[in-house]
Design a protein around this ligand. Structure first.
Ligand code: FAD
Length: 483
């Protein structure tokens, strides 16, 4: 069967159609711990190729999963049917306060182009220049500066995509579809959505206030509603000045409590790292220090500095003001995942599953107590770092890798506690294979039914990245590589 689809695709597609073992292996993994070998890889040359691939996939009932740079942490871009690699969609057209980008554009190339005009696109995942715009849209990514500027979903004006029927749609421009989506989204129970400043779980129907917001349905939908061809992104002027404080604390809870106060000063970033990252930084910290906060301001520097110093309860170890020094210290923060992987033996690494929750900031200190409880109960240890200003903590768990059955138990228990605090199971990395089965619990049955209506509307035959977001299966420990 795969062979005949291969031949059909080959005869219709102007780009590449690949099915050799080497390519299928390459596209079977991403930055997660999962592995699924696809049947065919299509690298479309143009939008007609995308439309034709969807139409063929629909007719032959084979899944189609779009992939950006494959840096996702929860297997969102992995699936068994056709993988669509958008790397040829690489145009960037710069406007005054917006930029039109095709989704294969690599973030680093976009940054370079914007930098030349002293502009920037604010969401800045710690992976840096390597991810693609398509993947950022697909996951509703964010980064350190999302505290001030929001996630991807807060910085997009328009999306053009191909849905599961092979129709090309631009939202919010298409009034008829905008009206229908707005009508479906009117059915949500808003109070069941998490009360957090960042959320990448499920479909973000809570962000649709008017028909002009309906494109936000597609952002964070992990390729399950449409294949995004291009987007109009809002861009901002680069700040003229920045100041970055590195602050040390002798307790994580103390730092978490201080975040609440610091957050009132409108910082552009409040990030934290624990002792694992701290120990990797070439600097003389106090021996009793347990963690650091990175606190950055990018406007009204002097008055912000004064305010910050009034409420800071830690010890300022560095006050950085040059572009070079600030970039150097952000590199330390952005390398936290690298440091943690470097220091945990492979046999003791637990896959990313609970690595991305966020809670309302007033509950941030409680999050660490929950984590302590989990560690005690399951005899695990954890390395933590993340976007403290958003109450968003990345956790690397350490335990004997062989104890695979504890992964799901920990996830169930941890997510239950996070939901009680009004949090989300994922603030930026998405649901993917790790968390889709928890979406119903997070949003409740009524909202989940509304999500299903949205899915059916755009993808009636469930060919777009099936098994993600809308699923009846548990995939948290299925397809884990080398377990
Ligand atoms: C070291 C490290 C640090 C990270 N730090 C952060 C961080 O700070 N913040 C953060 O948000 N993430 C972070 N991530 C996760 C990841 O890098 C980001 O989510 C990134 O934006 C994913 O981009 P990608 O191009 O690699 O997407 P992929 O992994 O290829 O795909 C991600 C999802 O987007 C979908 N997708 C891709 N292209 C399209 C398209 N054209 N249309 C529709 N859907 C599409 C895919 O189907 C998939 O569901 C980190 C990852 C690593 C390895």
């Amino acid at each position: 069967m795969a062979k005949s689809i291969f031949k059909i695709l080959e005869s219709k597609i102007h780009g590449e159609v690949l099915s050799s073992r080497e390519f299928r292996e390459f596209y079977s993994v991403d930055a997660s711990s999962y592995k699924i070998i696809p049947k065919i890889i299509v690298i479309p040359k143009n939008e007609v190729d995308v439309i034709n691939t969807v139409k063929i996939a629909r007719k032959r009932k084979i899944s189609i999963t779009v992939r950006g740079a494959g840096t996702g942490l929860v297997g969102s871009a992995l699936n068994s049917g056709i993988i669509l690699d958008m790397k040829n969609f690489s145009s960037i057209k710069l406007g005054k306060n917006q930029v039109s980008v095709e989704t294969g554009v690599i973030k680093g190339n976009l940054d370079t182009k914007l930098e030349a005009s002293k502009k920037f696109f604010p969401p800045n995942p710690s992976i840096g220049s390597f991810c693609s715009v398509g993947g950022m849209l697909g996951n509703n990514s964010s980064g350190s500066r999302s505290l001030k500027y929001g996630s991807v979903i807060d910085n997009v004006k328009e999306i053009t995509f191909v849905d599961g029927k092979g129709s090309k749609i631009t939202l919010p421009k298409n009034k008829k579809i905008a009206k229908q989506i707005k009508n479906i989204s009117n059915g949500i129970e808003l109070e069941k959505f998490p009360n957090v400043s960042k959320n990448s779980s499920g479909y973000r129907l809570d962000t649709i206030k008017t028909k002009n917001d309906v494109h936000k349905t597609i952002i964070g939908s992990e390729g399950t509603l449409g294949i995004i061809l291009s987007a109009k992104l809002e861009i901002k002027n680069k700040p003229k000045k920045q100041i970055l404080f590195i602050v040390e604390y002798n307790s994580l809870i103390k730092a978490a409590k201080n975040c609440l106060e610091i957050n009132k000063t409108n910082a552009s970033a409040i990030e934290f790292v624990d002792k694992t990252t701290l120990d990797q930084i070439k600097c003389k910290f106090n021996k009793k220090s347990k963690c650091l906060l990175f606190v950055e301001y990018d406007e009204k520097i002097r008055s912000k500095e004064k305010k910050f110093k009034e409420i800071n309860t830690g010890k300022i170890v560095k006050k950085l003001q040059t572009k070079e020094e600030i970039a150097k210290w952000w590199k330390y923060r952005d390398s936290s995942l690298h440091y943690s992987l470097k220091l945990i033996k492979k046999e003791n690494r637990i896959p990313h599953i609970i690595e991305d929750v966020a809670v309302p900031l007033e509950n941030f200190p409680k999050l660490f107590s929950i984590l302590n409880k989990i560690n005690k109960k399951y005899k695990t240890r954890s390395i933590v770092y993340g976007h403290a200003g958003n109450g968003n903590v990345h956790v690397r768990l350490i335990s004997k890798r062989k104890k695979i059955n504890i992964i799901k138990k920990i996830a169930v228990e941890y997510f239950d506690e996070i939901l009680k605090l009004g949090g989300t199971i994922t603030a930026e990395h998405g649901d993917g294979l790790a968390r889709s089965e928890f979406i119903k619990k997070q949003y409740g049955s009524k909202n989940y039914q509304t999500f299903k209506k949205i899915k059916k509307y755009f993808d009636p035959d469930n060919i777009l990245n099936p098994g993600k977001i809308i699923t009846t299966k548990s995939t948290i420990i299925e397809n884990l590589e080398k377990f």
